[in-house]
Design a protein around this ligand. Sequence first.
Ligand code: N01
Length: 543
Amino acid sequence: MGNDTNGAVADCDVVVVGAGFAGIYALWKAEQRGLTVRGFERGSEVGGTWYWNAYPGARCDVASYNYAYFFDNEIVREWNWSDVCSNQEEIQRYLSFVAEKCNVTRLITFDTRVEAVSYDAASALWTVQTADGETVVCRYVVLAVGALSEPKAPDIEGVDSFAGEAHFTSSWPRDRVVDMKGKRVGVIGTGSSGVQCVPEIAKVASDVFVFQRTANFVTPTLSGPMDPEVVETMRQDPGAVRKELRSTYGGNQPLYIGPDRFNDLDEAGREKALWHAWEQREVALAFWDSHLPEANAAISEFIRQRMLEVVKDPWTADKLVPWDHPYGGKRPCQSDVYLQTYNQPHVRLIALRETPIEKIVPEGIVTSAETIPLDVIVYATGFDALSGPVRALNITGIDGVSMGDIWADGPVNYLGTMVHGFPNLFLPSSAMSPSVLSNMATLAEQQIDFIFDTIRWLDSNDQAGLHPSSDSQDFWRDETLRFAKRVPGALTTESWYNGANIPGKPRRYMVYRGGFNRYHEACYAELDSGFKGYELLSASAAQ
Ligand code: N01
């Protein structure tokens, strides 16, 4: 604290914005490294994504064995998950437990939105400004604001005219139970959030209308009791688990991967492999080389057939099946009950490709075919993903250049964590890291470790800061595209992965698909090379 740089005085070393998986760990890590730190969180409690998305049915479809922290043995050994797919309430409780255990809650100012973050090159310091008007001056900023935290604004005429209750899955009321008992409920959107909330709503509502624009792949979940033997193995050596997670493609220890290559099998062998993987509830990993277009096509077709078998009404079944994109082009959904819900007489699918929504009116939703009267509308319409949360902040770097302008044609960065012209500003879980296509808990730990190892390197090498060179950014943009091209459907499917869900958003594939292991190696190769891909600001130059 009080680093006197060119006359300016810092209030603290680090400001962390956001108190989800990455933010909580960043606060702890800063204190462990002897840095002074403050945190800001717009929610009233820790949790980030898991605080806001408290809609009925919200749960994680990444296995709890790995969707957790591994930096502390006591945390791993003391916490008991109740299910392989933990629900929102349990994950948020876990994050509160970790924050208390790490004694970081006291560092966080809650119910406070950070609005602007600006850099002063003369002092090499950042000023963080909150919506309440507080300013904090610091050396380093960690924007742990998440990848899916900026809700997509509804792009439907008449949204504000609806006379009933309207709720977003992305900011579900936490101060009361939304009473949908005996009501006519319309759910717009059939991504993971829609797929999870529709069955729960159908348990209480008198009528449920699901407004689907694009059908999604839906496969069974991994839900079920935790295997005590697996839990015990992980508890014996959490450090080894952590190391192993970082050496995998997805930041997970997959529970099953088909042992055979697709092209080594005949038709019968492929069918057998698909059924076996289906029974393990890992059909996407039916083959050792499931990423190949021909293997992906077989997996996609297999899932479509399984989906058709569940839904009794042939028209509804056909509409629910994603014929227009390959598995993985959009984020696949998981549920054991979603498709089955359509077999109930009070649940009706509205296929918007045939009968689009025209507008919302006080009494309900008007499609090209009819007016559907509703008491409640649930918007499960998604997010301005990955780049959106960063763009929502007013960030200015060297020479007052705005991040909004730099990212006007799509996000640019190096290693998914830093942007040229914005020294000492770190963006974990934003665009062009393994991000949402990896285990976000593993990623949070890895990125925060890398960020604080970078800060330690700066301090031990008498450097005031660093930012990536523009050449490094160009290289990383090309790398991200190179790997995206290898993924079936990545560039051709309308998806939030590439910005297609937001009208006018530039198309840029925003997830690094080279694998978590390759990403981790690339980060630490930079550190080992003395940050060859970055521009350094020497401490003496900033004084
Ligand atoms: O959002 P989405 P989500 N008219 O963007 C539709 C994570 N997550 O909140 O596809 C009509 O996937 C839109 O239609 P289309 C996970 O990474 C994880 O469901 O654009 N429809 C789509 O169907 C996930 O991918 C878990 O044609 C409109 C839906 O709204 C991510 O969060 C659980 C529309 C939006 O789907 C986002 O999921 C939940 C309009 N004007 C979420 N605008 C886990 O289990 C949008 N749509 C870990």
